[in-house]
Design a binder for this molecule. Structure first.
Ligand code: XMP
Length: 327
């Protein structure tokens, strides 16, 4: 039977044993719900959709088709990791859609943050719907809805996008195997399912991805500066014991330039802003005190390795007054 409401007395899933029990229960429920029919899942590589994919692979194997849309705003190495983990290791039926040009062309010249978000969200649905129409006999749509999503939509805080807002002709029955779980429980289940730590314990990452960190109208070269500087920051945080300690950290490249000097010539390039914050639920955030020497080292790497950049800044603003993201 599919349980859609978290039972009041449900024990927090915080041990491998409890996770295994949940997995066994869900596999049974998923097999009952799905039978021999086909299921579709938009797999972003985030914790929730990855755990849903891993659960469904165990329950119904190749009756599941995963669609991974690369919108060009993912972090360095993310699409490759999704392919490696799900297609190569878990043998999932994975459709990889390279929609990079399509998204970036649509976003060209658009500077308003809300318009950018709407374009990214709308285009995502269009791409996913096109892929769904190419497939025959899909009856179910799996989603990584979790319990806080339900609570927040009930409280009117957040609109819970049921079925991802798919068009009328694509009406599927929903499969939501982690619907009654809190985030920490999803992680415990993901670990028990054998997903890599880099996927299970990863920091929050917004749906519009690097798009909200490439401030203003996105250009490919500035987006590349965001992606490369973010990769350096993540690598250095991992090497220096800050990964898993700091709640969220990333870089931003604003849409303005300043003068600098390189090889005895004047340059006119972008700054990279580093942001590293601690939070419990993202409604407020404090600044991580990164050791100065490490900041200096990261600055040196960014200035020598990232094209088009001549300054590195550290954002000292807590939330409120600032938000965590820059857009
Ligand atoms: P802000 O910038 O509002 O962010 O302080 C709070 C948290 O939410 C994430 N965030 C988003 N997540 N879609 C998402 O899925 C979005 O459009 C979005 N905007 C912000 C942000 O990364 C932070 O963890």
């Amino acid at each position: 039977m599919v349980v859609s409401v978290r039972p009041e007395n449900m024990k927090r899933i915080n041990t491998p044993e409890l996770a295994e029990a949940f997995i066994a229960e869900q596999i049974k429920a998923l097999r009952e719900q799905i039978g021999n029919k086909k299921v579709l899942l938009a797999l972003s590589g985030g914790v929730d959709s990855s755990v849903v994919a891993a659960l469904l692979i165990r329950a119904v194997g190749d009756q599941l088709t995963c669609v991974h849309v690369n919108h060009g705003l993912l972090r360095k190495g993310e699409p490759e990791q999704v392919i490696e983990v799900f297609r190569n290791q878990m043998k999932a039926n994975l459709i990889y859609v390279d929609a990079v040009d399509r998204f970036l062309d649509k976003l060209a010249g658009v500077s308003n943050p809300e318009t950018k978000r709407k374009i990214i969200g709308g285009e995502f649905i269009d791409v996913f719907a096109e892929e769904a129409r190419k497939l025959d006999g899909i009856e179910f749509l799996a989603q990584g809805t979790i319990w806080p999503d339900i609570l927040e939509s009930e409280a009117g805080i957040k609109a819970h996008h049921n079925a991802g807002g798919l068009p009328e002709d694509l009406q599927f029955e929903l499969v939501e195997p982690v619907r009654i779980l809190f985030k920490d429980e999803v992680r415990t289940v993901g670990k028990a399912l054998g997903l890599p730590d880099s996927m299970v314990f990863r920091q929050p990452f917004p749906g519009p991805g690097l798009g909200v960190r490439c401030v203003g109208a996105i250009t490919r070269d500035r987006l590349e500066a965001v992606r490369e500087s973010d990769a350096i920051l993540r690598e250095e945080f991992a090497k220096n014991g800050l990964e898993g300690k700091v709640w969220q950290y990333f870089t931003i490249v604003p849409d303005f330039k300043s003068t600098g000097i390189k090889d005895n010539k004047r340059t006119y390039d972008w700054p990279v802003v580093i942001r590293a914050v601690n939070s419990v639920d993202a409604t407020s955030a404090t600044i991580e005190e990164i050791p100065y020497a490490l900041l200096g080292h990261i600055t040196g790497r960014i200035l020598s390795e990232v094209k088009g950049v001549n300054r590195v800044l550290y954002d000292l603003s807590p939330k409120p007054v600032a938000t965590i993201e820059w857009e």
